[in-house]
Design a protein around this ligand. Structure first.
Ligand SMILES: *Cc1c(COP(=O)(O)O)cnc(C)c1O
Length: 420
C-alpha cells in the first residue's frame, strides 16, 4: 500500500493506522500458516488495475455486457496458458475461491442424496468436502476412507467401500497434506463403478505446477480443484482443471455461472498469469527449496523431542509439517503462545483427535511463505530453535520475540520472481 498523506477524518486515520500496524507487525513475524503466501511485486502491480471495477459475466467472447474486448483477450490468454501448462483440455478460473470451485464441481458431478467418499476431517480433508460444508449444502451423503497405521488410505477397505457404495465421486487432497495419495490404485477401482476422482490440490497447486508432489491428472484424477494462493503464490481465488468430456465441461461451467457467481473479480486474472509465468521460470528452484526446508524443519523439531507426524516416511513431501502437541497443552494453547513470540501458525485436528475444533491435538506448519522470502535450511534450524525455546524450554515469549524480529529483518524481499 502506498502511503496516504491526507487523512480526511480521525476514523479514517484509525483505519489506515491499523492497516499499517498489521503490515509492520507481519513483517516482523515468522509466518508459518500453511495456506498463505505472498504475491510477487509484478503480480501485485498488475493486480491493482481497472479490471477490479468491471463486470464480465459468462465466458470470454460470450458475455452479457459490453466493454470487454480486452478483458476477453486477457482471460482467453490465461485460460490457454493454464491448459498448456497442465496439459489439460478444461480450465475454469472463474471461481473466486477454492471452496466455490469445489461447490461447482461437486454439484456438476452429483445430486442430492448421492454418495461420495472423502478423507474426513481427521484424515486431513477440507470442510467443503464434508456434510457441515459444501458437500452437505448439496445434500450429498459423505462417507470416509479408512486409514492404516501409517496414515495411508487402506486400499483393501477402500475397494470394498467403493464397490459397495458406488459413490458418484471420491475426493482426495486436503488441508493437511504431507504425502501423495494412491491415485493410480484408486483409479483402477473407481473405473469399475464409474466413480470420478476429484483431487483438491488447494495446498499443493504450486508444488504440482512446478513438477513436485504428484500430478493428479497424470495419475488418473478426472478433475483438479485448487486455490491459487497457497503454494501457488498468486492472487486469492480458485481454479478448476481437468481432462473431461464436453458434457461435463458444460455442466461445470453452468454451475460456475449462472449457478454460483456472476462476476469473477477480474483483476485476479492478470496476476494469475504473472504468477504462472514466474512459476515456469523459478518454480523448480522454489519448489525444491520448499520441500528441503519442510524436511529440515521437521527433522530439527523432532530432534528436540517434538512429536512430528510421519517420521517413518520422512516427515513430509510437501510444504507442510504437523506436530502432535497434546501433551504440551494442545494446539490452541501452543499456537497462541507462539503468536506472542511473533511465530504465526495454526492449530489443527489430527487423525487420532477427539474432534474438538477449539483445542485439537495438533499444530500445522507450512514453510512456503518463509521460503519465498529466501529462507533456507539454516534458517529452518533457527526457527525450530525458537519454537523449542518458547514451547519446550518455556522461555518468556516476549524474549524470543526480540530474537525473531531481528532474525526476520534479513528476509524481507520476495524471491523466485521477476524483479520490478
Ligand atoms: C484452503 C482449502 C480450500 C478452500 O480454499 P478457499 O480458497 O479458502 O476457499 C479447499 N480445499 C482445501 C483442501 C483447502 O486446504
Amino acid at each position: 500500500m502506498k502511503k496516504i498523506r491526507f487523512l480526511p477524518s480521525s476514523e479514517i486515520a484509525l483505519l489506515v493506522g491499523l492497516l499499517k500496524k498489521h503490515k509492520d507487525w507481519r513483517k516482523e513475524c515468522i509466518n508459518l500458516i500453511a495456506s498463505e503466501n505472498v504475491m510477487s511485486p509484478l503480480a501485485e502491480r498488475v493486480y491493482l488495475s481497472d479490471l477490479m471495477h468491471r463486470y464480465a459475466e459468462g465466458l470470454p467472447f460470450k458475455r452479457y455486457y459490453q466493454g470487454l474486448r480486452y478483458i476477453d483477450e486477457i482471460e482467453n490468454l490465461v485460460i490457454n496458458e493454464f491448459k498448456n501448462h497442465f496439459k489439460c483440455n478444461f480450465v475454469d478460473l472463474r471461481p473466486i475461491s477454492g471452496t466455490l470451485a469445489n461447490l461447482a464441481v461437486f454439484s456438476a458431478s452429483a445430486k442430492k442424496g448421492d454418495k461420495i467418499i472423502t478423507l474426513g476431517i481427521q484424515g486431513g480433508s477440507h470442510i467443503s468436502h464434508e456434510e457441515m460444508g459444501a458437500a452437505g449444502i448439496l445434500g450429498l451423503k459423505v462417507y470416509h476412507f479408512d486409514f492404516d497405521q501409517k496414515m495411508d488410505i487402506d486400499l483393501k477397505k477402500a475397494e470394498k467401500k467403493i464397490l459397495k457404495l458406488k459413490p458418484k465421486f471420491i475426493v482426495l487432497g486436503g488441508s493437511l497434506i504431507t504425502f501423495p495419495y494412491p491415485v493410480k490404485e484408486l483409479k483402477e477401482i473407481c473405473q469399475k463403478t464409474k466413480t470420478k476422482i476429484i483431487y483438491d490440490a488447494a495446498h499443493v497447486f504450486g508444488l504440482i505446477s512446478a513438477g513436485f508432489f504428484q500430478n493428479p491428472l497424470k495419475e488418473g484424477a478426472d478433475i483438479i480443484t485448487a486455490s491459487t494462493h497457497k503454494t501457488f503464490p498468486g492472487p486469492q481465488g480458485g481454479i478448476i482443471l481437468g481432462n473431461i468430456d464436453e458434457k461435463l465441461q458444460k455442466e461445470i461451467q453452468k454451475k460456475v455461472f449462472p449457478g454460483l457467481i456472476s462476476n469473477h473479480h477480474l483483476h485476479r486474472i492478470p496476476a494469475l498469469y504473472i504468477t504462472l509465468k514466474e512459476m515456469e521460470k523459478f518454480g523448480k528452484d522454489y519448489g525444491r527449496q520448499i520441500i528441503k526446508n519442510a524436511k529440515t524443519l521437521a527433522k530439527a523439531l523432532y530432534s528436540f523431542g517434538f512429536k512430528v507426524l510421519g517420521k517413518e516416511k520422512g516427515f513430509t513431501e510437501s510444504h507442510q509439517i504437523s506436530v502432535d502437541v497434546k501433551k504440551l497443552g494442545g494446539g490452541d494453547s501452543v499456537a497462541k503462545t507462539l503468536e506472542k513470540a511473533n511465530i504465526i501458525l495454526n492449530k489443527n485436528i489430527l487423525p487420532w483427535d477427539k474432534l474438538d475444533p477449539k483445542n485439537p491435538f495438533g499444530i500445522r506448519i507450512g514453510v512456503q511463505e518463509m521460503t519465498r522470502f529466501g529462507m533456507k535450511e539454516k534458517e529452518m534450524a533457527e526457527i525450530a530453535k525458537f519454537i523449542k525455546e518458547v514451547i519446550l524450554d518455556q522461555k518468556r515469549p516476549e524474549e524470543i520475540k526480540k530474537k525473531v524480529i531481528k532474525f526476520r529483518k534479513n528476509f524481507q524481499k520476495i524471491k523466485y520472481c521477476f524483479s520490478l
